[in-house]
Design a protein around this ligand. Structure first.
Ligand SMILES: [Zn+2]
Length: 218
């Protein structure tokens, strides 16, 4: 009797369907390996942490979780990208109270405890812009994050950073809109003024998965 190996490929599915049944129900899930995943760290900068120019309450508490995500990403060979607010000083001429992340200042540096490699791509944003457009890491000044993700065959994006209700939200919405399966990790982000639960609700409505750190790192 013929075995499935003796039969041309196109006949196999008809005659021996069970041999080819995918082990998981979601076909798309099966084609996502760790090679297709990226960690995106949004604006984990000194100015967004307590003591900085435009602090997020408990903003520094996200660093430990971000470091766990970085370690997980490195171990599993995910790609890692980071964004940063990178404003020109003159943008704040009329609103000095909002001054944050001015290019080449201490406040624009990443939090000193963030264990981020110097070799990863950094997406600077907001050089000439303070409006809503600068919230998203997909609106980089000179780097297209979308092109970078496509070039690296990424289809799943895991996001953490500051602040949840501005740049993390803007980035996650763009990521999902552009077709990436998008996760926001609760412990790795904090809001400035909206309640976390309200933002999670908005994100979920857009198809973004809001998950706990231990659902990602194990
Ligand atoms: Zn900004």
């Amino acid at each position: 009797m013929a075995t499935w190996l003796d039969i041309p490929a196109e006949e196999n599915l008809k005659k021996f369907p069970t041999k080819f049944t995918s082990p998981c129900n979601l076909a798309s899930k099966c084609y996502t390996s760790d090679m297709n995943k990226a960690l995106l760290i949004v604006d984990a900068q000194i100015d967004f942490c307590p003591g900085g120019g435009y602090p997020v309450p408990d903003g520094d508490k996200v660093i430990e979780s971000l470091n766990k995500l970085i370690a997980h990403a490195n171990k599993n060979r995910w790609k890692i990208f980071a964004s940063r607010d990178w404003h020109k000083k003159e943008l704040f001429k009329d609103k000095p109270e909002k001054t944050h992340c001015i290019q080449n200042t201490k406040g624009a540096e990443y939090h000193p405890d963030l264990k981020i490699s110097k070799n990863i791509p950094i997406i600077s944003k907001g050089s000439n812009e303070l409006g809503e457009k600068h919230y998203s890491a997909f609106n980089g000044d000179s780097i297209s994050l979308n092109k970078l993700l496509k070039k690296n065959n990424i289809n799943e994006v895991y996001i953490g950073g500051l602040a949840l209700d501005y740049c993390v939200k803007g980035t996650a919405i763009d990521s999902s809109r552009l077709g990436y399966t998008t996760y926001v990790i609760k412990e790795a982000t904090k809001p400035v003024k909206t309640s976390s639960e309200d933002v999670y609700g908005d994100l979920r409505k857009k198809g973004i998965k809001v998950v706990s750190l231990d659902e990602v790192v194990n």
